[in-house]
Design a protein around this ligand. Structure first.
Ligand SMILES: *Cc1c(COP(=O)(O)O)cnc(C)c1O
Length: 382
């Protein structure tokens, strides 16, 4: 008997979210209403911020944040090459230049010790990402931007619910941006949120997401704006997800620890690095092949996993080597060796709160068999 496939991710939706959606649908207000405001208050509270501005996605939130930060043509923005493309694309949207800095092989976030040497007179900001939910380096980056009078924008799209010391992810820098796509810790279907303590920044983002409007008048547009609004229906889902946040995060943590306990002794894998003063918010569960494996082995291993019904993916290919980036800025292989080395060896395994211990065991059993097979076939070639 072939067992049922295990997807890479799956949203944590209960009857409460479904009821909340049905309730909104029975009102005449499907956009610009009380649910969006309630969702903004909840996310701001959870991240210790004064303001939340709900938007249609993490990407549109980052776009607004770049404009509100005053970044434009001629400016440089320092960011990581090991991330989802949106964290670098937002720099391109405003006509500025992304300047990549290689990553720390433990946290997989930007290597803070290499940032200072990338700063030029044109540098305006740093867009920092908590890759896979790891907050490492954020406090140091905050100190660094103060010394150099730069602005820190936190792309916290992978870190909802995590903490660094006593500080929540989403509380660092001038503003932080969350995304609520279905594979994130909490979801609204599509959606995002900018959080900040800066009144001017928040108001600017509110105007930008709503066609440049500033006052009550529907047809007065103060500036070039966008329709980046979040609907009441999506916001209603977000409100319930915020109310369930502890339960959602605890379920994900439990799955992550089941994986770690099971795979800890595997001699072919590098597991996520945990640090004492940080609380990962588990976005994905990514293992890395160690250097016993040749480049290319990873893709064969993923193919075998998929053939056995296990979702997996190569989070993340280096951003600087994506065709449009490499062409536009002349990036090439070897530019960011740590990122490229790590990136060639990652496997994101099925990960979501509802994954049962039995399913995790099945994924690990299958993975270990495939790894053993991969090693044996390699040896037989010599
Ligand atoms: C998910 C994500 C985003 C935003 O994604 P959307 O799909 O636009 O909501 C941005 N940056 C990073 C690092 C992400 O992981």
């Amino acid at each position: 008997m072939r067992s049922t496939p295990i997807p890479l991710s799956s949203p944590d939706i209960t009857q409460r979210e479904i009821d909340a959606v049905v309730e909104v649908m029975q009102t005449p207000t499907l956009s610009i209403g009380p649910r969006v405001e309630e969702f903004e208050r909840k996310v701001a509270k959870l991240t210790n911020r004064q303001h939340g501005v709900a938007v249609s996605s993490g990407t549109t939130g980052l776009h607004c944040a770049m404009i509100a930060a005053g970044i434009g043509p001629g400016d440089e923005v320092i960011t990581t090459p090991f991330s989802f493309v949106a964290s670098a694309n937002c720099v391109l949207y405003v006509g500025a230049k992304p300047v990549f800095v290689d990553i720390d092989p433990k946290t997989l976030n930007i290597d803070v010790s290499k940032v200072a040497s990338a700063i030029t007179p044109k540098t305006k900001a740093i867009v920092a990402v908590e890759t896979f939910g790891h907050p490492g380096g954020m406090i140091e980056l905050e100190q660094l931007v103060q010394q150099h009078e730069l602005m820190l924008i936190e792309d916290s799209c992978e870190g909802f619910g995590g903490t660094h010391g006593t500080r929540p992810i989403g509380s660092f820098g001038r503003a932080s941006v969350f995304g609520f796509y279905p594979n994130k810790q909490i979801t609204t279907g599509e959606g995002g949120m900018i959080v900040t303590d800066d009144d001017v920044f928040a108001n600017l983002c509110r105007s930008l997401r709503n066609q440049g409007r500033e006052g009550m008048s529907w047809l007065a547009h103060q500036r070039l704006g966008y329709n980046y609004r979040l609907s009441e229906i999506n916001a209603a889902i977000g409100c319930v997800q915020c109310d369930r946040i502890e339960e959602i995060l605890a379920a994900r943590r439990k799955v992550a620890h089941t994986y770690i306990n099971r795979l800890m002794t595997n001699r072919f894998l590098i597991l996520p690095t945990l640090e004492d003063d940080t609380h990962m918010s588990w976005f994905v569960f990514v293992v890395r092949l160690n250097d016993l494996f040749e480049v290319g082995a990873r893709d064969d291993i993923m193919r075998d996993l998929r053939a056995q019904g296990m979702g997996c993916n190569n989070y993340f290919p280096p951003i600087h080597l994506q065709p449009y980036m490499a062409q536009e800025f002349g990036f090439k292989e070897g530019d960011f060796p740590v990122c490229e080395y790590v990136s060639a060896r990652t496997i994101a395994l099925p990960f979501f709160g509802k994954l049962t211990t039995r399913q995790v065991q099945r994924v690990c059993d299958t993975l270990e068999k495939i790894l053993d097979k991969s090693m044996t076939s390699k040896k037989s070639r010599f």
